[in-house]
Design a protein around this ligand. Structure first.
Ligand SMILES: *[C@@H]1O[C@H](CO)[C@@H](O)[C@H](O)[C@H]1NC(C)=O
Ligand SMILES: *[C@@H]1O[C@H](CO)[C@@H](O)[C@H](O)[C@H]1NC(C)=O
Ligand SMILES: *[C@@H]1O[C@H](CO)[C@@H](O)[C@H](O)[C@H]1NC(C)=O
Length: 324
């Protein structure tokens, strides 16, 4: 262990960078409280920090990964310094926070507490497509969690995973402002990421009318490399140039419907673009469902999460990227 540490330190000095490219080494104890400087996430020393990691799957559908063993795997084996807890709000048959708030909170707390113990950042994601239609649940949820974790530097809030066709100006911006005010009453500093129209692609609409009078607010960009290409990078580059801070809280190497094939070439174009701009990203998903986006092979157990022999084609590429 000591030898490994010495080698790691020597390497860090040799390549003369302030931080390693292996996200697993860039922990909360090293970087502390995050904030924004322009479009960049900076750590408590004012240095730019890029988070790289994994999103969990909807909690009601993959509860087996909402525990400490799984988060250990996400950190150690998937080389992540961020994990996203995708808390279901409404699903057709299996409920979510609206029906079973206590079960969802229990799963969320298991993940957040594991992330704190494992020294990584954690995104508390309100995984919803229609959050504007039940704002009172969003406000209740974010009040509870921001009270519980107020002042904990690991925490990042995500207020609305993927809006669909809702208007940014008339519906989404006011929704986010209400949720932000609720969080800020308990937690004045931690980063809040807000969802953008069209499944979190239309960052241009947010850039044209951003949220003002608040600090540490970022905007969600989601992409699936098989579907979303240079045109979406161009849209996002324009938004960055207008000063919009972007966080990719979810992306896939495959098609937008999460199916095969893995588009390695387009994924690399995306990763190059993200790294060039120091944009943080989390892969969809820690899931063993038989579909291209899953990082895990069918029937992977929580203690096997991200172990090499249980990774899919997509999982292997993503892990290599998280440590590169
Ligand atoms: C939200 O509003 C609906 C409709 O008025 C109500 O039935 C529900 O109990 C409310 N839930 C919360 C958490 O406030
Ligand atoms: C990304 O962060 C690194 C490390 O701080 C820095 O050297 C580089 O200039 C940053 N890139 C951009 C586009 O800001
Ligand atoms: C996963 O487990 C189920 C239930 O035990 C079994 O039927 C199935 O064949 C397994 N799938 C794989 C790919 O091992």
């Amino acid at each position: 262990m000591k030898f490994v540490l010495v080698v790691a330190l020597a390497l860090a000095v040799l390549v003369n960078v302030g931080f390693s490219k292996d996200a697993a080494l860039e922990t909360v104890s090293k970087h502390g409280q995050l904030s924004l400087n322009g479009v960049d996430i900076v750590d408590e020393h004012g240095e730019k920090l890029q988070l790289k990691g994994m999103s969990l799957f909807w909690d009601v559908w993959m509860p087996q990964y909402y525990n400490k063993e799984s988060i250990d795997g996400v950190h150690d084996n998937c080389h992540s310094n961020v994990v996203r807890a995708a808390i279901s709000v409404v699903t057709e048959e299996d409920g979510g926070y609206v029906e079973t708030p206590d079960e969802c909170l229990e799963r969320l707390y298991a993940v957040v507490d594991a992330a704190i113990e494992d020294d990584i950042y954690v995104i508390i994601d309100w995984h919803d497509h229609a959050a504007d239609t039940h704002l009172n649940y969003s406000l209740e949820f974010f009040d509870i969690v921001s009270k519980k974790y107020s002042g904990v530097p690991n925490i990042i809030y995500e207020t609305f995973n993927e809006p669909t066709g809702q208007s940014w100006n008339d519906i989404l911006k006011p929704y986010h402002e209400a949720v932000i005010n609720t969080i800020r009453a308990n937690d004045p500093d931690n980063i809040i990421v807000v969802g953008t129209p069209t499944w979190s692609q239309s960052v241009d609409q947010a850039a044209a009318n951003p949220i003002t009078g608040q600090k540490n607010i970022m905007y969600t960009l989601h992409f699936y490399a098989g579907t979303h290409k240079q045109w979406l990078r161009d849209t996002a580059t324009n938004a960055l140039n207008q000063g919009l801070p972007i966080f990719v809280t979810e992306y896939g190497t495959v098609n937008a419907d999460a199916t095969d094939p893995v588009d390695e070439a387009e994924s690399r174009l995306w990763w190059n673009w993200l790294d060039e701009h120091n944009i943080s990203y989390a892969n969809w998903a820690i899931s063993d469902k038989e579909e291209g986006a899953s990082a895990l092979a069918p029937n992977t157990t929580s203690i096997q999460v991200c172990q090499e022999e249980f990774l899919t084609e997509s999982g292997r590429l993503v892990v290599a990227q998280n440590k590169a």
